[in-house]
Write a protein that binds this ligand. Structure first.
Ligand SMILES: Cc1cc2nc3c(=O)[nH]c(=O)nc-3n(C[C@H](O)[C@H](O)[C@H](O)COP(=O)(O)OP(=O)(O)OC[C@H]3O[C@@H](n4cnc5c(N)ncnc54)[C@H](O)[C@@H]3O)c2cc1C
Ligand SMILES: NC(=O)c1ccc[n+]([C@@H]2O[C@H](COP(=O)([O-])OP(=O)(O)OC[C@H]3O[C@@H](n4cnc5c(N)ncnc54)[C@H](O)[C@@H]3O)[C@@H](O)[C@H]2O)c1
Length: 484
């Protein structure tokens, strides 16, 4: 904060070393920015504190630049696949510098929009520096004392790195943040972690001509929890991507200017072994609240004046969830102690691999762990009409519905248009649709959604539910009633 600024609502002590506000928000990422907006509906006395960068993880080093890289990879793949339609094209020549130039410049554009938003907020309500609690109502921010009635912790997460790798590999150990500042593509890369980040980046880089090997700690590849679909995903990705499964924690060593794992050498090693909440160094013990306990409908830590939102909670670490959680936490921090409980949306997660992956509503693992009585409807995309037309006929979809009621509980899929089908399915879960209600909805022809209809029909038949009332049923014989 610059000197001599007016401080609407915020009070500063005479020595200019102490600030007092109603709500202090720690972290100006997606969750923190949403919290700031929500809190300012109630009070001007809000302070948004950021330690390192404005611009958000999503725009700077997450969702947006990774999707830009994937879009370039898809373009290269489309050229490679064109001959399957009878369209002949030369093998694509990937200009790594041009690819990364577009990734960086479009990324900067997205970040620019976020920066414009932050700059539009009164300067006096922003503070740059790392925040640390010094007491239940006080923070230290780069030597400045901040006092607040309530707090929102929205500090995000960081990459988990196996012990010793940083020291051993130095600059050859990369994380997602490094990738999007590349000037050119590497020739080869080891990727550790077959979760969402590892899978998306490894596939994209391979399609851009980088020699990639993906090392997975276990035999799991990606987030699917349905054993049949997980096995299918492993098979499909192994067709394209050199995979070392059950790798445990590999033992990479620096070998000249390369990283060696076993007998294979790489230009560098990208670590994508999950993410850990940014809680260390926050001085949480000064709050005297014990272990963080979160109510996801209020964002509140126990019944205290401290609220938590976004990836730091390790609760569905996704952009739209961070925005929702931030809004709820900021609103309640400003209302505290009269907090409101808010509904949360049906779960939805999408992986932008090829084939894409989607999970909507409850996962197979969650339903099984909860002992729910459910049936599964299945479809393979191998012979699905529109998918074959477009040569994207790889994958499968499982839909889960409650026995007795036929209510859709969740779905998992790997296959074409998963980002779109995932939305339809999550919306149905959230509305509480039954399988019959979904089947009564329109399905165009020929579309990938007809694959969903096949799975729903099978599910409806397996559920052995009584037929729907005749007046709502499109497929029932109503000729008798019509007097025909
Ligand atoms: C490579 C990658 C790809 C992704 N792709 C997608 C996707 O396609 N779709 C999707 O939905 N999600 C995606 N995500 C997840 C999504 O980016 C996150 O869920 C979201 O950005 C989390 O927002 P946040 O506000 O919790 O954290 P952040 O945006 O990380 O904000 C936290 C902020 O807190 C600051 N901070 C930390 N400690 C302190 C402190 N002590 N004092 C002050 N400030 C502090 C940090 O500097 C940071 O600015 C992706 C993530 C990654 C890494
Ligand atoms: N398309 C998207 O929406 C998208 C894209 C990227 C990231 N994200 C979000 O970011 C989150 C983080 O992504 P991610 O890929 O880092 O995490 P992830 O949870 O998807 O995968 C982590 C991987 O690391 C492994 N792992 C976990 N603990 C480990 C340990 N101690 N040692 C070694 N390996 C370990 C896991 O087995 C898994 O393969 C995702 O969960 C997702 O919510 C979303």
């Amino acid at each position: 904060m610059g000197p001599g600024l007016s401080l609407p609502g915020l009070s500063k002590d005479r020595l200019m070393t102490s600030l007092s506000c109603d709500v202090a928000i720690i972290g100006a990422g997606t969750a923190g920015m949403a919290a700031y907006r929500a809190a300012r509906v109630h009070t001007e006395r809000v302070l948004l504190i950021e330690a390192t960068h404005y611009g958000t993880t999503c725009a700077r080093v997450g969702c947006m630049p990774s999707k830009l890289l994937i879009a370039a990879a898809d373009a290269a793949q489309a050229v490679r696949e064109a001959h399957r339609f009878g369209v002949q094209a030369e093998a694509p020549r990937v200009d790594g510098r041009a690819v990364m130039q577009r990734v960086r410049s479009e990324r900067d554009r997205f970040v620019g929009f976020v920066l414009d938003t932050v700059r539009g907020w009164p300067e006096a309500t922003r503070l740059f520096g790392r925040a640390r609690f010094t007491g239940p109502n006080t923070l230290d921010v780069a030597g400045q004392r901040v006092e607040a009635k309530s707090f929102v912790i929205a500090t995000g997460s960081h990459t988990r790195i196996p012990a010793g790798w940083r020291e051993r590999l130095g600059a050859k150990l990369l994380i997602n943040e490094d990738v999007f500042d590349w000037q050119d593509l590497p020739r080869s890369l080891a990727v550790y972690g077959a979760g969402v980040i590892g899978l998306e980046l490894a596939l994209a880089l391979r399609r851009l001509g980088v020699r990639v090997r993906l090392f997975a700690r276990s035999e799991r590849v990606g987030p699917l929890t349905d054993p049949e679909l997980q096995a299918l995903a492993r098979r499909l990705f192994a067709d394209e991507l050199p995979l070392t499964l059950n790798a445990g924690v590999p033992d990479p060593v620096l070998d000249g200017d390369q990283v060696r794992i076993g007998d294979e050498r790489f230009d560098a090693m990208l670590c994508a072994a999950g993410r850990e909440p940014n809680l260390d160094g926050l001085g949480l013990q000064a709050l005297g609240l014990g272990k963080p306990q979160l109510d996801r409908h209020t964002g509140q830590w126990g019944d205290s004046h401290v609220f938590i939102a976004g990836d730091v909670t390790d609760d569905r670490p996704l952009l739209h969830e961070a925005a929702d959680a931030g809004r709820i936490a900021g609103d309640n921090a400003a209302r505290w102690p009269r907090v409101h409980r808010r509904p949360r949306r049906a779960p939805l997660a999408v992986v932008f691999s090829d084939p894409q992956i989607a999970l909507a509503g409850a996962s197979h693992a969650e339903l099984t762990a909860a002992g729910r009585a459910f049936d599964t409807g299945r479809v393979s995309f191998a012979d699905q009409g529109r998918s074959r037309v477009m040569l994207v006929n790889r994958g499968g979809l499982h839909v889960y519905a409650e026995r007795g009621t036929g209510r859709l509980l969740g779905a998992e899929m790997i296959g074409p248009a998963a980002e779109h089908l995932g939305h339809l399915l999550a919306w149905s879960v959230q509305r509480g649709d039954t399988v019959q209600q979904m089947l009564d909805s329109p399905f165009y022809h020929p579309v990938v959604e007809e694959g969903l209809r096949t799975a729903l029909r099978q599910l409806q038949s397996d559920l052995h539910l009584p037929p729907p009332p005749i007046e709502t049923c499109l497929d029932c014989d109503t000729s008798a009633e019509a007097g025909a």
